[in-house]
Design a protein around this ligand. Sequence first.
Ligand SMILES: [Zn+2]
Length: 133
Amino acid sequence: MVDHPEKYDYNRAKVPGPLTQEMEAKRLEKKRAQKAQRKQREQAQREEQQRREQEQAEKQRFAALSDREKRALAAERRLAVQLQDTGTTLANISRCWHCGESLLGRIPFHYLDFSFCSTACLQTHRRAQAART
Ligand SMILES: [Zn+2]
């Protein structure tokens, strides 16, 4: 009908009007919108699936920790909350007890429960402790 508008008497044959370009455009537009919606739904499902897998992996990692490690984690969390309450933010609490140097990626020096970046810091701290007692 669109290709041969004059060929037949469409009115007499009671053929409904041709698909105009506008209608065709609307139909395509609707199709595109549906496709976009479907894509969005699939994306959301993928993200949800990823979240579930991550949660599952974390669950297993946590369950595999020793009781000592779980306790340490809980204590760290409590401390972080306490520090936040007092307005102190410390992203890294693994630091030299004497000078505050970060101990991340280092092999710290220990005595008792204390950790230090260097033997100099350790000795200064130990001398101060000894002087106090
Ligand atoms: Zn130090």
